[in-house]
Write a protein that binds this ligand. Structure first.
Ligand SMILES: Cc1cc2nc3c(=O)[nH]c(=O)nc-3n(C[C@H](O)[C@H](O)[C@H](O)COP(=O)(O)OP(=O)(O)OC[C@H]3O[C@@H](n4cnc5c(N)ncnc54)[C@H](O)[C@@H]3O)c2cc1C
Length: 429
């Protein structure tokens, strides 16, 4: 049996281990941090990724830690509704769409790896610093300062680099790939404990990208305090802030952003109060890495953010990693030569994901807020239909979902998409 080593126990590395285990492999994972803790804030798990978790036998466990997405609604900075659509099964897709705390998702996968494959599968406190490959295998070297009993060198038949946006494996394979692409936007990623709003599974997209900046709000955990409150995730996007570190753990305060949405009058949510009452808030520059020209180099390949770090606002990073995990396990199980298997994995995945990396640089369906801002001159409107007809919005959403691989189920999509010029061609830079 192939001896497979995975570098990184993030959501993608853990899902890869579970998929390989389903195919009969016994991979080992080496993780840099001494202890895996539930870090991060919210992630949006699309129906195609819920399908992957379901196939891993984790649907019930996942439902227990996540919130079902029911509707997605766009508002101006004044709180006027622009457009709304249903999510997941409510839209007619075969699977749910769900919101979850990134750390809770990681811990669920971590527990599944330990239960199914044994605690010894994951070695923490082992930071991979370099590798060398020859015709027969790969030798990995680790910094084990935080776990002196861990091996300093490990030999493997195949290495999968799943070590995130600052991947050491990627930097050794392609040193020039470490350069980041900064959008000029800074994200404030926060969470607030508060009573459920609307359906208890609503995602709100508020504001405009021109005048005030935008905020996305969605619940990620039910009944966090035993009194029915939800943990609500929000992400404020602001222009013209200096670029911060490419690091998910930069804590910050909310003083700079707490008044931005004071004009937003929603009868079910006080946006400013939600920001002021944040339990925690982190900064993150809206960055990605240019699409890579190659993922697999002989017996070494890349997966997850190491292969395709993309803007998190499209909500596809972790979802795409779950698809990678299935495909790589299928290829390694069905193709005897591991070099050919890794090449086949890349062929099936890279081009499609690279399209998404580039498409995520555009505004995606969030573009509807810009359109309304421009047509209304930044003023409250009397009748949305007069400046932005429902059918035009539906054409935009139908096209975007189809391009992202989630065609809206028949009957609910735009009947006449060709009537309106595509707004997405400029997305791909
Ligand atoms: C602490 C943290 C918080 C995050 N918070 C959010 C969030 O709030 N919202 C969001 O959309 N996305 C967040 N992300 C990113 C998100 O997890 C990824 O986009 C997505 O889940 C794909 O996961 P991944 O496993 O490829 O990468 P990651 O989740 O980044 O996991 C990579 C793993 O590799 C480990 N690692 C790195 N270098 C080495 C090395 N040299 N040797 C061994 N192990 C190594 C890291 O410690 C980490 O556990 C966060 C990532 C991290 C690490």
């Amino acid at each position: 049996m192939l001896d497979i080593v995975i570098i990184g126990a993030g959501p993608a590395g853990l899902a890869t281990a579970l998929r390989l285990h389903q195919q009969g492999f016994r991979p080992r994972i080496f993780e840099a941090v001494p202890e895996i803790k539930p870090l991060g804030v919210g992630v949006d798990i699309k129906p195609y990724a819920v399908k992957e978790l379901t196939e891993l036998g984790l649907y019930d466990a996942f439902c227990a830690i996540s919130v079902e997405a029911k509707e997605s609604i766009f508002y101006t900075g004044y709180g006027q509704e622009i457009f709304g659509e249903h999510c997941g099964r409510h839209m007619g897709y075969e699977h749910d769409q769900r919101f979850v705390h990134r750390g809770h998702l990681q811990m669920m996968l971590y527990r599944a790896v330990e239960e199914r494959m044994g605690k010894e599968t994951i070695t923490t406190g082992s930071r991979c610093v370099q590798f060398e490959q020859d015709d027969n295998g790969v030798t990995l070297t680790f910094d084990t300062t935080h776990n002196p009993s861990a091996p300093k060198q490990v030999r493997a038949d195949v290495v999968i680099g799943v070590d995130g946006i600052r991947s050491v494996i990627r930097s050794q394979l392609m040193p020039e790939s470490q350069r980041t692409h900064f959008s000029g936007l800074t994200l404030y990623r926060g969470v607030t404990v508060m009573p459920p709003f609307k359906t208890g599974g609503s995602i709100l997209h508020i504001g405009d990208p021109i005048r005030q900046g935008t905020i996305i709000v969605y619940p990620i955990q039910d009944n966090v305090d035993g009194k029915g409150s939800q943990l609500v995730n929000w992400v404020v996007e602001q222009d013209e802030k200096p670029q911060t570190e490419e690091d998910w753990n930069q804590e910050t305060g909310v003083r700079d952003i707490e008044h931005i949405f004071d004009d937003c009058k929603l009868d079910f949510l006080d946006v400013s109060a939600m920001i002021r009452n944040a339990r925690e808030c982190y900064l993150f520059p809206l960055i990605d890495h240019d699409p890579l020209p190659q993922w697999s180099f002989g017996r070494v390949t890349l997966l997850g953010d190491a292969a395709h770090a993309m803007y998190p606002r499209g909500g596809n990073s972790v979802c795409q990693a779950f698809v990678d995990a299935r495909v790589i396990a299928e290829k390694l199980a069905s193709i005897t030569d591991p070099v050919a298997a890794l090449a086949a994995y890349e062929t099936e995945r890279r081009e499609q994901v690279n399209w998404l990396v580039k498409a995520s640089r555009g505004e995606g369906p969030e573009v509807v807020r810009r359109i309304v801002e421009e047509r209304s001159g930044g003023k409250p409107f009397d009748n949305i239909e007069a400046i932005f007809p429902h059918e035009e919005a539906l054409a935009i959403f139908s096209e975007y979902h189809a391009k992202a691989g989630m065609r809206i189920p028949g009957g609910k999509e735009s009947k006449d998409p060709a009537k309106y010029k595509s707004v997405f061609t400029a997305d791909v830079k």
